[in-house]
Design a protein around this ligand. Structure first.
Ligand code: UTP
Length: 293
């Protein structure tokens, strides 16, 4: 890989949204998990807004059956818009849901065989350029957003980057964990990656959170990859095989992460963001006080 390839701009992002969302059943029987709203924006909207802020132009959704609401959300809603206009209502609230034709591309993952497999399904659209990955059920709140922080780091060091967060050591076994090398500022060299290690075997307490910038070579690694943990094709395994051949860094995200793939994490995100909104903080604080009393 030449230096110019390592630093090609990040124009495309893959959003794997083909998972079954079993932890949220029955809510996710007919509605994709990524359409569940934190207050008034679905999870996918937060992720797409974060991508746009980072300068990404093309959003690639890896979808499955029953996921059409995700595509409709970013389409023009002719009847709704015409009715709202007729009633002199403000349409600006719909502005972030508009993606220009060509800026949203979808591809199907026919069988949910894991995150690595979902990413591989987007290979023809990603082509031969570095790209970002967003797991929309991990809600990242920061200023600037997580991907913008990562793109800034990428412009410095190029290669591959993953976003990491520190967690208490006893919690690492639910996550992918990095083996850290040298650090400077928010950047840490990645020497290895382990998916869901036992706490006593974990090489650090820096866990991989759901944002990545990867070189297109990862698609070739995924191509021949065997199933890993949980019988799924794991992205972590493919990334681990790239370490040593290409620069690989972790960026410690300056911001907050909410695990909206879990019910408690979802409630935490909703309460936290509600308490920060001018239009509802007082009311929600009063409700919470009453409930706690
Ligand atoms: P998760 O494991 O958190 O999502 O995958 P899930 O499988 O939908 O949820 P649970 O565990 O059954 O409740 C992380 C992300 O990867 C996507 C999911 O849609 C989610 O955004 N994914 C996962 C795929 O696109 N395909 C897969 O085969 C697996």
């Amino acid at each position: 890989m030449t230096v110019s390839q390592q630093k090609k701009p990040i124009r495309k992002a893959v959003f794997p949204v083909a998972g079954l969302g079993t932890r949220f059943l029955p809510a996710t029987k007919a509605i994709p998990k990524e359409m569940l709203p934190v207050i008034d924006r679905p999870l996918i909207q937060y992720a797409v807004d974060e991508a746009r802020e980072a300068g990404i132009e093309q959003m690639i959704f890896v979808t499955g059956r029953g996921k059409s609401a995700l595509i409709d959300h970013f389409d023009m809603a002719f009847e709704l818009e015409t009715t709202l206009k007729g009633r002199d209502k403000d349409l600006s609230v719909l502005e972030p849901t508009r993606l220009q034709p060509g800026n949203l591309v979808t591809v199907r993952q026919q069988v949910p065989m894991g995150l690595g497999h979902a990413i591989w399904c987007a290979r023809a659209i990603v082509g031969d350029e570095p790209f970002a990955i967003f797991l929309p059920d991990e809600l990242m709140i920061g200023e600037p957003g997580c991907m913008k922080q990562m793109v800034e780091a990428y412009n410095e060091v190029g290669g591959n980057l993953i976003s990491v967060l520190e967690v208490p050591h006893e919690e690492v076994s639910s996550y992918g964990v990095i083996a850290p090398g040298k650090s400077h500022g928010a950047l840490t060299e990645v020497l290895g990656l382990v998916e869901k290690p036992k706490a006593e075997d974990a090489p650090s307490n820096l866990i991989i959170s759901g944002r990545y910038i990867l070189q297109p070579d990862v698609m070739r690694v995924l191509e021949g990859q065997e199933k890993g943990a949980g019988g799924e094709i794991q992205l972590t395994d493919a990334m681990a095989r790239m370490i040593g051949n290409q620069p690989f860094h972790a960026v410690t995200f300056a911001g907050r992460r909410f695990d909206c793939g879990s019910k408690a994490g979802f409630v935490e995100a909703t309460l936290t963001l509600a308490l920060e909104r001018d239009d509802m903080a007082d009311e929600v604080r009063a409700i919470m006080r009453r409930l706690l009393d």
